[in-house]
Design a protein around this ligand. Structure first.
Ligand code: NAD
Ligand code: WQD
Length: 342
């Protein structure tokens, strides 16, 4: 490999930290850019504990092009940029739209500017299945229409995908992919890194593990009267380690391309599971019952969405290897390790 160094923005965050581990396992040297807005510095030590390699860290805001330009200049040749850094809370984005537009879109634009200035060719962008809204046909392929965004957060992902497409048209050297993640869950099997939700979790699995460990009184299932087999919503839950490995596959894929390109890939398991199936699987895996109650629907929830992942399987040469059971077991181990840390 010519250039081993690779910039990972948001590399101390949930998906970014797991990706750093897999990049190091594959022989890369991640350079993390993070402002630790939604992550903890000890995660970088944990990456070292798992892999034996400590990524260097640039503590900076990704939207701060001037500061980043002076630092990136000193890094030398780079394999590319994997851009995770963003705000991601859907509900909060409705209350603070400008924060979301500024942070997510300015950061992505600044990263592309860095690529232009320093002749960096390979770009991997964290997008989301949220761009599909409620799809008309399942499973969702990359050709499925992008629906009007339900939230400012979702719109930032759509806009960033368009920004990359426009930049590609103007820059023949650019090789870029947008990876549309479905529902990442779980943690590293070592239980050294995982998701660190701020306050009350919005997402299902961290809420389940916090309820099971006693941090929350009970889990509310948001509606059981949907048009699905058991009445609860269906999602495509992917183990974060499988997702992390897809980023290694994506960067290798880009390095192999001779000419510029921009491509989009769904990253999921291809399988849908209902909320009740997730709860039942969790109960089976941890051997304990969960206190859950059926509540009203959550506004804005899509009924069901799961991915067609054949494009990523074929073109990236990647496929998932871990199950829902694995992911819930690892999420539970991580929750327990946090309790021990306190
Ligand atoms: P996360 O919040 O755990 O990680 C994001 C990291 O980026 C954090 O360490 C945060 O401190 C950092 N960050 C945010 N803004 C920054 C800025 N301006 N400058 C520097 N650092 C900044 O989130 P995550 O779950 O790891 O998500 C990573 C990416 O994947 C995000 O772009 C998110 O939108 C996308 N995504 C996440 C999910 C999910 O369910 N977790 C699903 C689809 C897409
Ligand atoms: C999953 C299911 C809930 C919590 C969000 C973002 C999306 C993407 C992935 C970033 C739903 C139900 C949840 C609870 C519940 N992120 N649920 N009780 O809604 O698919 O997507 O994360 O791009 O943009 O919107 O994930 O984990 O919030 O919910 O019943 O306490 O669990 O109704 O059916 P979602 P989620």
């Amino acid at each position: 490999m010519d250039n081993k160094k690779i910039i990972v923005t948001g590399g101390a965050g949930y998906i970014g930290s797991h990706t750093c581990v897999e990049l190091i396992n594959a022989g890369f040297e991640p350079v993390i850019i993070d402002n630790f807005f939604n992550s903890e510095k000890f995660i970088v030590d944990r990456i070292e504990q798992i892999t034996g390699f400590k990524p260097s860290v640039i503590e900076a805001d990704c939207a701060d092009l001037n500061t980043l330009s002076s630092v990136v200049e000193d890094l030398g040749g780079l394999a590319g940029i994997i851009h995770f850094a963003a705000y991601k809370a859907v509900g909060e984005s409705t209350a603070k739209p400008l924060d979301y537009y500024y942070n997510n879109i300015a950061s992505t634009t600044a990263m592309l500017k860095l690529m232009e200035i320093f002749n960096i060719h390979n770009f991997v962008f964290s997008s989301s299945c949220t761009v599909y809204g409620q799809p008309d046909v399942l499973p969702v392929t990359e050709e499925s229409p992008v629906k009007k965004a339900e939230s400012p957060y979702g719109r930032t992902k759509q806009v960033c995908e368009d920004v990359i497409a426009d930049f590609k048209k103007a820059n023949e050297d650019l090789r870029a992919v947008s990876l549309r993640y479905f529902n990442p869950i779980g943690a590293h099997p070592s239980a050294l890194i995982g998701e660190l939700p701020l306050g009350i979790p919005n997402n299902l699995v961290p809420f389940i593990t916090q309820a099971a460990i006693g941090l929350r009184d009970h889990l509310t299932v948001f509606g059981d009267d949907y048009d699905t087999p058991d009445g609860t919503c269906i999602r495509d839950y992917i183990h974060v380690v499988d997702l992390a490995k897809a980023h290694v596959a994506a960067i290798k894929y880009l390095i192999d391309q001779e000419k510029g390109l921009y491509n989009i890939f769904n990253l999921g398991t291809g399988q849908g599971n209902s909320v009740l199936e997730v709860i039942k699987t969790f109960e089976k895996v941890v051997g304990q019952n969960l206190d859950y109650r059926i509540g009203p629907r959550r506004p804005g929830d899509v009924v069901q969405v799961y991915a067609d992942v054949s494009k990523a399987n074929e073109q990236l040469g990647w496929k998932t290897g871990l199950s829902l059971e694995d992911a819930l077991r690892d999420a539970w181990r991580w929750e327990n390790s946090l309790k021990e840390k306190k």
